[in-house]
Design a protein around this ligand. Structure first.
Ligand SMILES: C[C@@H](C(=O)O)C(=O)SCCNC(=O)CCNC(=O)[C@H](O)C(C)(C)COP(=O)(O)OP(=O)(O)OC[C@H]1O[C@@H](n2cnc3c(N)ncnc32)[C@H](O)[C@@H]1OP(=O)(O)O
Ligand SMILES: [Co+2]
Length: 147
C-alpha cells in the first residue's frame, strides 16, 4: 500500500465555540466550515485550514466535540479535560484495498467503513496497533484532495 497525504488532524475539544474562537482569533487560522453534527459518528465537527504562505494547499484541523455521552470522543475528553490530539487522517486512493491491506497486516479496524465528514468513505485503525495513534484512513475525494 502507498499512503497518501495527511488530510487532517483530529483535535478533540470540550467546547466547540471556545475552540473555534481560539483558532480564529488567537491562532489566526481560517475556519472553513460552520460547526455541523455527524450523528452517525457521535460528533460535532468544524474544520480549520492551515494554508501555505506561498499559496500551497493546507492541511486541515478537524475540531471534534462529543454529541452525547456515547460519543467516541466523550471518553477521550473525560481523560483529557482540556482536549487534545485525538486522531490523524491519511488519504488513500482506494478504501476497499486499504482496508484489506490493514486487515492483512493484522491491524484491528474499528467498525465498518462509513462516509466521513468530507463525503468519502473512511475507517479507523486501533491506536494500540498504530504506535498509540488512532488512525483514520480516508478515500481521496475525486474532485481533489482539498475537499
Ligand atoms: C467525522 C470523522 C471524519 O473525520 O470524517 C471523524 O474523524 S469521527 C472521529 C470520532 N470517531 C472515532 O474516533 C471512531 C473510532 N474510535 C473508536 O472506536 C474509539 O474511540 C476507540 C479508539 C476504540 C477508543 O474507545 P474507548 O474510548 O471506548 O476506549 P478506552 O477509553 O477504553 O481506550 C482504550 C485504550 O485506547 C486508548 N485510546 C482511546 N482513545 C484514543 C485515542 N484517540 N488516541 C490514542 N489512544 C486512545 C486509551 O487511552 C486506552 O488505553 P489504555 O488501556 O492504555 O488506558
Ligand atoms: Co477525522
Amino acid at each position: 500500500m502507498k499512503l497518501g497525504r495527511m488530510n487532517h488532524l483530529g483535535y478533540a475539544v470540550p467546547d466547540m465555540d471556545t475552540a473555534i474562537a481560539h483558532y480564529r482569533d488567537v491562532m489566526g487560522a481560517e475556519v472553513i466550515t460552520e460547526p455541523f453534527d455527524l450523528p452517525e459518528q457521535g460528533v460535532k465537527v468544524c474544520f480549520v485550514n492551515t494554508p501555505g504562505h506561498d499559496g500551497t494547499e493546507g492541511t486541515q484541523v478537524e475540531l471534534l466535540s462529543p454529541l452525547d455521552e456515547n460519543s467516541p470522543v466523550a471518553g477521550f475528553i473525560a481523560k483529557n479535560p482540556l482536549g487534545g490530539q485525538h486522531h490523524v487522517c491519511f488519504e488513500v486512493p482506494d478504501i476497499g484495498a486499504a482496508r484489506e491491506y490493514f486487515e492483512g497486516v493484522g491491524k484491528r479496524i474499528l467498525g465498518p467503513t462509513r462516509i466521513g465528514a468530507h463525503g468519502t468513505p473512511i475507517f479507523f485503525v486501533h491506536p494500540k496497533d498504530m504506535l498509540g495513534m488512532l488512525t483514520e484512513i480516508m478515500e481521496t475525494p475525486k474532485n481533489g484532495p482539498a475537499h
